[in-house]
Design a protein around this ligand. Structure first.
Ligand SMILES: Cc1cc2nc3c(=O)[nH]c(=O)nc-3n(C[C@H](O)[C@H](O)[C@H](O)COP(=O)(O)OP(=O)(O)OC[C@H]3O[C@@H](n4cnc5c(N)ncnc54)[C@H](O)[C@@H]3O)c2cc1C
Length: 497
């Protein structure tokens, strides 16, 4: 058994931010530990390999799905969590949206201000023209022709050399995830970080950590104690740890209200090769969240993910893939809203899994987004567009006037269309009290002051597509409270044998 002052489980957007914010504690001699299930990016990503990266850096080796198998879930399982594999699109939180959550003691203006300070601190910038690939330029051109107003995105990247494979782990270390910014600062201050170490069970002021490979600690189970434990293992696994720990009895809403921003990839065939595989993948977006519930962006998927994202089988599927070097790619992401039935549950093996059903409003948003994506692609000069909610999925230019008929909600059927999600949120939401959520506005679990939550699971509803800044700002507040509360918690902690 080893004793710590604070143990942080997970090192992604939430955990990495907490670790950095607790650096003053470590400097003052407190023992702060970060436990991360995944490995370090290390040199394994120097030569990106799609299968090897998926296997090494993603939960479920990149093959995780919702309970009914209809939505592929991609979340990072690596030091830095999903932020280490992110494209770094930095969208500031909306104070009004956060105020709408009605969590006492959570002012939206404070979250906005914290996120803005983080953006300044990280040096997030708009991408330079030289780093824009043709896929981005076609998106801008097509969006303007289709009557949209594409906006250039601010990116949490530094020194992007356009490798294009952010989601495999940037080979140039340009992505400013927590692995690159917050965790090195924390480590320099004395925060201890152990990787390939999975928290498997929590009990009052105690956590059992299973180390699977020796990256500093011997393999095997380790029992760790601390007066304060911060769960930041991501919305799915944090909620799973709480469910396994038996917290559901006192917290009836535990697991409920999950959102995940389901997304489609629409691919469009151009008559000539276009550059997509190099350059930053997502430099623009069309935000139609308020009007139609979706966001449209250029994106890049490597061949395996593109194959998975296409709807249909057989020769037609093969034909689209054969056109890979000529494909423009667009992502349609819906901003789904918290619904009771969408939740994290435990499967037969006790592993956390997402039970999720597409609400009619989300189907409508995805359909509207696919129609818009087709218009953008044709506007950019595509000759054919592959749209999941069309039958057949392949649309030719002469279908342009019939997009509303050809792309239909009746075809937006889970299992028929291929959906993916990279932004699971909720499950252990902030709330007024234990009847309507899991924590207070500072991530203190209702009824268990030693236990804190600091990741995407805190969100009572979707903050909007691209939540990383919101999560980081929420996590920083959690860390502030940990610093304030620690003397009292440590005073109350039982002595360690
Ligand atoms: C490929 C990809 C691209 C993305 N791009 C963007 C983007 O451009 N902009 C944006 O705003 N958002 C983006 N996102 C979403 C964003 O990164 C996530 O919403 C955010 O990182 C979630 O933060 P988190 O702290 O909840 O979880 P994560 O950042 O996923 O961190 C959770 C960490 O906990 C670890 N962990 C899990 N279980 C355990 C356990 N039992 N014990 C120890 N450790 C554990 C995991 O390995 C992981 O490192 C992207 C996500 C992905 C996957």
């Amino acid at each position: 058994m080893s004793a710590w002052d604070v143990i942080v489980i997970g090192s992604g957007a939430g955990g990495g931010t907490v670790a950095a914010a607790l650096a003053p504690l470590a400097e003052a001699g407190r023992r702060v530990l970060v436990v991360e299930r995944g490995p370090r990016l290390g040199v394994a990503h120097a030569r990106p390999d799609e299968l090897a990266s998926a296997d090494a850096f993603y939960a479920g080796a990149g093959a995780a799905f919702t309970e009914d198998g209809t939505i592929a879930l991609a979340t990072g399982q690596v030091l830095g969590g999903s932020t280490a594999l992110s494209t770094g699109v930095a969208v500031g939180p909306s104070g009004a949206v956060i105020d709408g959550w009605r969590v006492p003691g959570l002012p939206g203006a404070d979250i906005e201000a914290r996120a803005a300070a983080m953006v300044r601190d990280a040096g997030a910038a708009y991408p330079h023209d030289a780093t824009l690939n043709e896929n981005n330029r076609l998106f801008e051109e097509g969006a303007l022709r289709a009557g949209f107003s594409p906006e250039r995105m601010r990116l949490l990247v530094r020194g992007c050399r356009g490798a294009g494979v952010c989601h495999l782990g940037c080979p140039n270390d340009a992505v400013l995830g927590t692995h690159a910014l917050q965790l090195p600062r924390a480590a320099a201050a004395g925060v201890r970080i152990v990787t390939r170490a999975r928290a498997v069970a929590i009990a009052p002021q105690q956590v059992v950590v299973r180390v699977t490979a020796d990256e500093g600690w011997p393999a095997g189970d380790h029992v760790l104690t601390a007066p304060c434990i911060v769960l930041a293992a991501g919305a799915i696994e944090t909620t799973g740890l709480l469910l396994r720990g038996g917290f559901g009895g006192a917290l009836p809403r535990l697991g409920r209200g999950v959102t995940c921003h389901p997304a489609h990839v629409v691919v469009a065939e151009h008559p000539r090769a276009i550059t997509n595989a190099v350059g930053h993948p997502t430099a623009y977006r069309v935000d139609r969240t308020t009007e139609d519930g979706y966001v449209l962006e250029p994106c890049f998927s490597s061949p395996l993910v593109t194959a998975r994202n296409l709807t249909g089988f057989g020769p037609e599927h093969a034909q689209v893939l054969a056109a890979y070097p000529r494909l423009q790619m667009l992502r349609v992401t819906a901003r789904d809203r918290a619904a009771d039935g969408n939740r994290v549950v435990l499967d037969r093996d006790g592993e956390a899994i997402v039970r999720y059903r597409l609400a009619p409003s989300v189907r409508d948003a995805l359909v509207a987004g696919q129609r818009a994506a087709a218009r953008v692609a044709f506007g950019a000069g595509a000759v054919r567009v592959h749209v999941p909610a069309a039958d057949p999925p392949r649309l030719d230019r002469h279908d342009m006037d019939a997009l509303d008929r050809r792309i239909s909600a009746a075809l937006e059927l889970p299992g028929r269309v291929s959906l993916s999600a990279t932004q699971p949120l909720g499950g252990a939401a902030m709330s007024r009290g234990p009847r309507d959520g899991v924590t207070d506005a500072h991530g203190r679990v209702h009824g268990a002051p030693w236990l804190r939550i600091a990741d995407g699971s805190l969100c009572p509803d979707s903050p909007g597509v691209h939540p990383v800044l919101t999560i980081m700002a929420l996590a920083e507040r959690v860390a502030d409270a940990v610093r304030d509360d620690l003397p009292a918690l440590a005073g109350a902690a039982p002595a360690v044998a």
